[in-house]
Design a protein around this ligand. Structure first.
Ligand code: HEM
Length: 463
């Protein structure tokens, strides 16, 4: 990415909301789904400019201060953001300024989107997502009690004109302190990078020439044109509550290990074949066991593993980011076009056991079948070209991006029968493959498409 495009982002940091160019990183987050009550519009419009939305610039300054002063949780700052659905733009009287992406305008609940993505019926979603959602407020903090206090204050301000429900997210960690998702895998490793400091850190850590260059052009894949300001200051935001059946995933892993005749520790490779990384982050492309020293590396591509002898084609991370190779063959367009800025956080609606509450370390021997999962969130320039393309054409498709490889074992959704089966290497680096079906452990419980407007817009949204 050119120096000019980095500079042009710098000039916009005051206007772009926090959490878009870089994840907010707070331990606790409240996701407040709201709709404007009948007769509540005026009060909403009066309240909005008083709601303190964090800018990207503020976020960077806060995180610099946090590191410099080595602050503890109570002394960190809140991060506050607000996003609107298309029905939210309409309810607020801003229809002339609504972004024009057609998936955004249809909404995630619409029958066309549901069919396209093979999503479960809306009637099976959590109540909170079944009715019309006008927007989402995000409030994050490192201290749970301070977050609760802030929510009580917010409730006092908004409950007369907004009806709302809250979905909580909380970071969870493994014993090494890495952020994980509920199946137990380190998450949030591979991201497109937009800011000079993040790009420099990556470049300094990895020898050139790079196998994978995550530096990305924000105007191409992240920021979207905002009709009122006429500038690329906003971003489309996809929210999906994805329930994880941890017990089912682990049992299937064991069953498949028996078929492929792995025992004890060696069983772990089945999960790595499903995800593309071992639980501790080690890419299965680079090692057949969890012992790679640079386990969180993101500097690799699949060019040398064309026959998928080490990392199966179906592996979640290879499906959703084929890193050049398959794209060149399948004509998938410019590689970076499909990248998304993931900002998810795990949720736990009914209390999974924590081994160490203070450090968010969960008891991984306790395997829930429901009520835990991932609040999948991602920012992007275009919902159809990015999130929907990945989910529909790659994850849900037995032929995506390479022919006849089965669906994504983590997030693939399909009505197909056997065609969905994946091909599992008999041993690491072997071309002998065993067909088996592994899917259905992640279920959509609801979601919506939103737009994150700029602070410029939020300060003066009236047409
Ligand atoms: C409960 C659902 C999900 C789970 C458990 C999950 C888990 C993971 C894990 C463990 C990684 C590897 C760590 C990393 O590179 O950050 C990963 C990477 C990734 N996931 Fe997911 N994920 C889920 C849903 C999704 C969805 C819905 C999408 C998009 C449609 C998605 C897109 C990605 C992408 C783009 C990467 C980075 C791949 C790379 O660049 O190597 N994930 N996910």
């Amino acid at each position: 990415m050119s120096k000019e495009s980095i500079k042009s982002i710098d000039a916009r940091l005051d206007h772009i909301q926090a959490n878009i160019l870089k994840g907010h990183g707070r331990r606790f987050a409240a996701h407040i789904f709201f709709s404007i009550k009948n007769g509540g519009l005026q009060s909403f419009l009066e309240w909005l400019p008083k709601f303190d939305v964090t800018s990207a610039k503020q976020q960077l300054e806060d995180s610099e201060r946090y590191k410099r002063l080595r602050l503890n949780a109570v002394n960190t700052n809140f991060v506050q953001c607000i996003y609107f659905s298309y029905s939210g733009y309409k309810a607020a009287g801003w229809e002339p300024w609504a972004p024009d992406n057609s998936a955004f305008r249809s909404g995630m609940k619409s029958p066309d989107r549901q069919k396209l993505l093979s999503d479960p019926p809306v009637t099976a979603w959590d109540n909170i997502f079944q009715s019309e959602v006008h927007g989402m407020i995000l409030i994050g903090h490192d201290d749970q009690n301070l977050l609760k206090e802030r929510l009580l204050q917010l409730d006092a301000q908004i409950s007369s004109f907004l009806s709302f429900q809250i979905q909580f997210g909380r970071m969870i960690r493994n014993e090494s302190g890495d952020g994980i998702e509920h199946f137990g895998y380190v998450d949030g490793i591979s991201q497109p990078l937009f800011l000079e400091q993040d790009i420099n850190r990556f470049m300094n850590k990895n020898h050139q020439p790079l196998q994978w260059d995550p530096s990305s052009d924000a105007d191409e894949i992240l920021l979207a044109m905002e009709p009122k300001t006429g500038a690329q200051l906003g971003s489309y935001f996809v929210f999906r509550k994805l329930e994880q059946n941890v017990k089912g995933f682990k049992e299937s892993e064991e069953k498949l290990a028996k078929v492929l005749q792995y025992e004890g520790e060696a069983e772990e490779i089945i999960g790595a074949y499903a995800v593309g990384r071992f639980e501790n982050g080690t890419p299965v492309l680079l090692s057949g066991s969890e012992d790679l020293e640079d386990r969180l590396t993101n500097n690799f591509n699949y060019d040398e593993d064309e026959l998928a002898k080490k990392c199966p084609y179906h592996a979640h991370i290879r499906k959703v980011n084929p890193r050049n190779a398959e794209l060149k063959r399948s004509g998938g367009g410019a590689n970076n076009r499909r990248l998304i800025a993931r900002r998810g956080i795990p949720y736990d609606d009914y209390g999974r056991r924590f081994l160490d509450e203070e450090n968010d370390v969960i008891d991984q021997s306790h395997h829930p079948t429901k009520d835990v999962g991932l609040l999948f969130m991602a920012f992007m320039n275009d919902i159809q070209d990015q999130f929907e393309f990945i989910q529909q054409k790659w994850a849900n498709h037995a032929d995506g991006p390479t022919q006849n490889i089965g669906i994504d074992p983590v997030i693939g959704q399909t009505n197909l029968g056997n065609e969905a089966m994946q091909q599992w290497p008999l041993t690491w680096n072997s071309s002998v493959k065993v067909p088996a079906d592994f899917h259905g452990f992640v279920t959509l419980k609801g979601g919506e498409y939103f737009f994150a407007p700029s602070l410029k817009f939020l300060n003066d949204p009236i047409a």
